[in-house]
Design a protein around this ligand. Structure first.
Ligand SMILES: Cc1cc2nc3c(=O)[nH]c(=O)nc-3n(C[C@H](O)[C@H](O)[C@H](O)COP(=O)(O)OP(=O)(O)OC[C@H]3O[C@@H](n4cnc5c(N)ncnc54)[C@H](O)[C@@H]3O)c2cc1C
Length: 304
């Protein structure tokens, strides 16, 4: 295949290099398409070969099994670029555009609405799928629509889904059902704000996060969804679980809803530490914590 010769498609690639936790076994096939035509060609090839398809962005919300992933893993982080209109507030971005880059561009153009996203190390596609959010803001508030490709093989042309049909709620969207691959997203932001003030807010948000979260260690951000109105981190901390380790995975001493890789942790270490925390919180507080992080490649039924 031409895409294999050009290096877009590769065999047996370590996925630990594609996740912020730095864990995960090899992808049978890994492709990093740089445009929509390459993406369509890869989807067609995988369908002909009957390969299962998985999509990843920046891998900042993923626990990938040590065994790796069979079939084709599509990493969209090279599908970058965005258009920002300072007058109308209309913004569109390819799925692989880093969401902090988009947030900064919008702020510089005097557009308010994405300042919260500056510390989230994911892509625009991943943010739409996860309904990522912080500091009281979330993706769903400003997202107008996404362009998607069908992963079931019924059509190879993009279609547009408006935000009304995406069933957005706290860290959830219909896009998590893996029927579609997000190729681009459109947002409507508020024009007419002072770029200097917006940039100050993005810097404040970033420095708040770097002082309250363990940014110096590989992690996936918050592991558990907050059992609202409670905070998962506070519950875990109140049980004295900060610093608890399995192998080289540790419940962070800085923020108890983070599990950090101290160096050489495996996905199994992290998975076992997640279960240990879930068991202790349920036993002591009668609350089942559910993961925000998505698991890929685990044959056992994943904890929801
Ligand atoms: C230090 C740190 C801090 C974080 N802080 C926050 C925070 O404050 N708030 C927050 O909400 N999250 C936070 N996160 C988690 C994470 O950054 C977000 O969930 C982010 O939106 C994930 O984007 P991604 O591109 O990395 O997606 P990935 O982790 O690669 O994928 C996440 C899910 O989306 C799917 N997916 C990804 N891209 C596509 C696509 N184009 N089409 C279809 N499916 C796709 C994947 O299959 C997977 O199910 C943090 C993570 C880290 C490491």
């Amino acid at each position: 295949m031409q895409l294999e010769q050009s290096g877009v498609l590769r065999r047996q690639v370590a996925l630990a290099d594609y996740t912020t936790w730095r864990v995960g076994g090899p992808a049978e096939w890994l492709a990093e398409p740089a445009d929509i035509h390459q993406l369509q060609e890869l989807l067609q090839w995988a369908q002909i070969e009957s390969l299962p398809i998985r999509v990843i962005g920046a891998g900042s919300n993923l626990l990938i099994s040590d065994r790796g992933l069979p079939g084709l893993t599509l990493c969209l982080r090279k599908l970058q670029g965005s258009q920002v209109c300072g007058d109308s507030g209309e913004v569109s971005a390819w799925a692989g555009e880093p969401i902090p880059t988009l947030a900064r561009r919008a702020a510089k153009a005097g557009l308010h609405g994405l300042e919260w996203a500056v510390g989230i190390p994911g892509t625009v596609g991943g943010a739409a799928v996860m309904n990522a959010g912080a500091q009281g803001g979330c993706t769903a508030e400003r997202l107008v629509s996404v362009d998607v490709l069908d992963l079931q093989g019924t059509s190879s042309e993009p279609i547009t889904l408006t935000s009304e049909v995406l069933d957005f709620s706290y860290r959830h969207s219909r896009l998590q059902s893996a029927e579609h691959l997000v190729i681009a997203a459109q947002f409507l932001l508020e024009p007419g704000h002072d770029p200097a003030e917006l940039s100050r807010r993005t810097s404040d948000n970033l420095s708040h996060r770097t002082t309250t979260q363990p940014y110096q260690w590989p992690s996936c951000g918050s592991v558990f969804r907050n059992p609202e109105p409670l905070k998962a981190g506070q519950l875990i901390e109140s049980l004295g679980l900060k610093g608890r380790r399995v192998g080289a995975a540790e419940v962070s001493n800085i923020h108890a809803n983070f599990i950090v890789n101290l160096g050489g942790a495996t996905a199994a270490d992290i998975g076992n530490l997640i279960e240990l925390v879930q068991t202790e919180v349920e036993r002591d507080r009668g609350i089942r914590l559910h993961t925000e992080v998505k698991r890929l490649g685990f044959s056992e039924t994943p904890s929801p």
